[in-house]
Design a protein around this ligand. Structure first.
Ligand SMILES: [Mn+2]
Length: 238
């Protein structure tokens, strides 16, 4: 029986971590692989490559998943890097931008997590807070770095009648590992989840099969059925 093929946009890990004799590795967090397997999909990791390859990669998959990772290069939304920006990787940004554009052109669904949501927003014309200290209403710890991701740390309110509300309800608890967030929402998207300090935590495209969340369901789906439902929806319905 054929399975739904999910292309996961991969990341790279530079030498210096002590792994693999100092070579750079192409990888994705294993939670994405396990999550997609769990709901019956077939994950493939797409290694970072030249943007010209994106169309061919996307033609081989049914749906595209954008994972977390580095900050999005601020030049993609026409800003200089703020003092508090962390690592960026322009090669990854430009490859994933091309993957997004190819997926839209080929009418293939996209699910995005954390940085993936932020990059989607930028590619479609939005912008980001380069650090949460630049967000005037910042009141909540969105970087639960000392707390395991299976423990959700802050609440989100989800817009009634949105796709996301159909999956996780209008109130949910989520984990949180971000120091950036959406500032200007891209045209063609709706903010469907917010934290109590009014940061955007989930978006849906108005007329495209695209869903994205700011939290990390790949790190919590085994403990949290709501997060598992995101994988099930993406692989089997979106
Ligand atoms: Mn958060």
């Amino acid at each position: 029986m054929s399975k739904t093929i999910i292309g996961i946009a991969g990341n790279k890990q530079a030498p210096g971590s002590g792994e693999f004799f100092g070579t750079t590795t192409a990888y994705t967090p294993e939670g994405f692989v396990h999550g997609i397997h769990h709901v019956g999909g077939l994950p493939f990791i797409l290694p970072i490559g030249k943007p010209e390859l994106a169309e061919a990669y996307v033609s081989q998959i049914d749906k595209l998943l954008l994972a977390g990772g580095q900050d999005v290069s601020p030049q993609l939304y026409h800003e200089e890097p703020h003092l508090l920006i962390k690592e960026t990787d322009l090669e990854r940004d430009l490859f994933e931008k091309a993957l997004i554009e190819a997926a839209v052109a080929q009418e293939k669904p996209i699910f995005a997590v954390c940085r993936g949501m932020q990059l989607l927003n930028v590619v479609f014309g939005g912008s980001l807070y380069q650090d949460l200290s630049l967000f005037p209403e910042w009141q909540i710890n969105h970087l639960q770095i000392q707390t395991q991701p299976i423990f959700p740390s802050h609440s989100v309110t989800v817009k009634e009648n949105s796709t996301l509300a159909g999956l996780i309800g209008t109130e949910a608890m989520v984990n949180s590992y971000h120091h950036q967030a959406i500032k200007k929402l891209a045209p063609g998207f709706e903010a469907v989840a917010h934290s109590k300090d009014h940061l955007i935590e989930g978006i849906e495209a108005v007329d495209k099969p695209i869903l994205a969340v700011q939290w990390h369901p790949e790190l919590s789906f085994q403990a949290n059925e709501k997060d598992l439902s995101l994988f099930d929806y993406f692989v089997n319905q979106l």
